[in-house]
Design a protein around this ligand. Structure first.
Ligand code: NAP
Length: 353
């Protein structure tokens, strides 16, 4: 592969994670082709043009929409590596799960990979999947042999109506593997990150990562958090993993990318230690029974509460350490840095009691 001179396509330039991937590629001197939904929304990619101007690489922007067939053909011309990241990551911020999340994820993956099939130069595709593609509900941890999810696990329980975001990720990843197996020109590597935290290069992202942190600042969790746990990873480690997945000829299969697990209560305690009483960070963990009674009022369905509260979850990231050489950053520091950044950018406001 002539990877140093051939352009590399990254879909979804405006994204929180994609911005870090593009920055790293530009700083290594690569030519990056990248797509945005609307080239007129210049503010959404201004940060990347600034980074490109200060780096040895070069950046070329294209307009493409996941839901339009052939949309990625022009951007992909001459590329040997395609990193497909664009996909909606919405936690609560959506109206219609099928139209807003599931269709862009699955149809989008199919459209991008159809373009790959039409573009003879492509040799390696990296798809940004998620740990959500390895399990559906936290209770699934009980079926694992070592109390950890790993790359052998698949989410078999999510659906359009139950856990639509995880469903979008597992179905998109399955579509990618199905299309890869139907040909023999390009290899596929899937990157499956935990909840991504750490400083953002853009204040404009609507990533679910930001949504999760906003809930700690807007008073929603003041009365107490549910007994729930998150696998967490720093955004810069996720970017490193994508570059390894793209360039390392030995990279193969799926890679869980996770720096560790924190409960929502632990996250609140860390934030309180660093940012003090200016914010309504949670002090308590409420019992599952409380959410069984009042959960529906807070937007938690009975089945979600039953299957996801009270089960600590853990992820085995050994494969990424061994094969991709990832050295994970401290996730507490990632959480603190990310919150500080949201504060500096005015995305979260100081709490006035
Ligand atoms: P993000 O900042 O919200 O980025 C999502 C990107 O997808 C944006 O660039 C968005 O473009 C693009 N997109 C959405 N719908 C589109 C459409 N119909 N056509 C074209 N582009 C579209 O989210 P992120 O956190 O960086 O997530 C990036 C990827 O990582 C996603 O695949 C997500 O599932 C995955 N992931 C994220 C996390 C996490 O914790 N953040 C964890 C695991 C996996 P616009 O600017 O036009 O909206």
């Amino acid at each position: 592969m002539n990877t140093k001179t051939a352009p590399i396509l990254v879909t979804g330039a405006t994204g929180y994670i994609a911005s870090w991937v593009i920055k790293q590629l530009l700083e290594k001197g690569h030519t990056v082709h990248t797509t945005v939904r609307d080239l007129n929304k210049k503010k959404s990619f201004a940060h990347l043009e600034k980074i490109a101007a200060q780096s040895s690489g070069s950046l070329q922007l294209f307009q493409a929409n996941l839901l339009e067939a052939n949309s990625f053909d022009t951007a992909m011309q001459g590329c040997e590596i395609v990193i497909h990241m664009a996909s909606p990551f919405l936690v609560t911020n959506y109206k219609d799960a099928v139209k807003d999340i599931i269709e862009p994820a699955i149809i989008g993956t199919e459209n991008v990979l159809n373009s790959v099939n039409r573009t003879d130069s492509v040799r390696r595709v990296v798809v940004t999947s998620s740990i959500a593609s390895t399990y559906g509900d936290a209770i699934d941890i009980q079926h694992t042999a070592h109390n950890q999810f790993d790359e052998s696990h698949w989410n078999t329980t999510s659906s359009e109506t139950h856990q639509p975001y995880p469903y979008s990720k597992v179905m998109a990843e399955r579509k990618a593997w199905e299309m890869q197996k139907a040909q023999n020109r390009w290899s596929l590597v899937c990157v499956n990150p935990a909840l991504v935290l750490g400083p953002s290069l853009t204040a404009m992202t609507k990533s679910g990562s930001v949504e999760v942190l906003e809930q700690f600042a807007n008073g929603m969790t003041l009365a107490g958090v549910p007994p729930m746990w998150n696998g967490i990873v720093d955004v810069r480690d996720v970017a490193d993993a994508h570059l390894e997945a793209a360039f390392n000829p030995n990279a193969e299969g799926r890679y869980i990318i996770s720096g560790g697990t924190l409960s929502l209560l632990e996250m609140g305690q860390i934030l309180r230690r660093h940012f003090g009483p200016k914010f309504p960070f949670p002090r308590n963990q409420l019992p599952k029974a409380a959410f069984k009674l009042f959960g529906p009022l807070a937007g938690f369905s009975k089945s979600f509460v039953e299957l996801n509260m009270g089960y600590p979850i853990y992820f085995n990231a050994d494969k990424s350490k061994k094969e991709l050489g990832i050295h994970y950053r401290n996730i507490e520091a990632s959480l603190v840095e990310h919150f500080q950044q949201l504060l500096d950018d005015g995305v979260v406001k100081k709490y006035i009691p």
